[in-house]
Design a protein around this ligand. Structure first.
Ligand SMILES: [Zn+2]
Length: 60
């Protein structure tokens, strides 16, 4: 299982996104960032944005 912790992005937030593939977790993190933290979807969903998010993935 791949996981991303929102706090690893510097947010004071206990959210944890899970998925079976890198794309699943990255998409979940993007949706969370947009809906919960008012981030810009376009920016997060760019190639650089997705890469930055993917770099925070941990295996659990
Ligand atoms: Zn969060």
């Amino acid at each position: 299982m791949k996981v991303i912790y929102c706090r690893d992005f510097g947010h004071d937030c206990n959210a944890k996104m899970r998925g079976n593939s890198v794309d699943d977790v990255v998409n979940a993190a993007i949706n969370h960032g947009v809906s919960m933290h008012g981030q810009e979807h376009k920016k997060l969903n760019s190639a650089e944005g997705r890469e930055e998010i993917a770099a925070k993935i941990k295996e659990e």
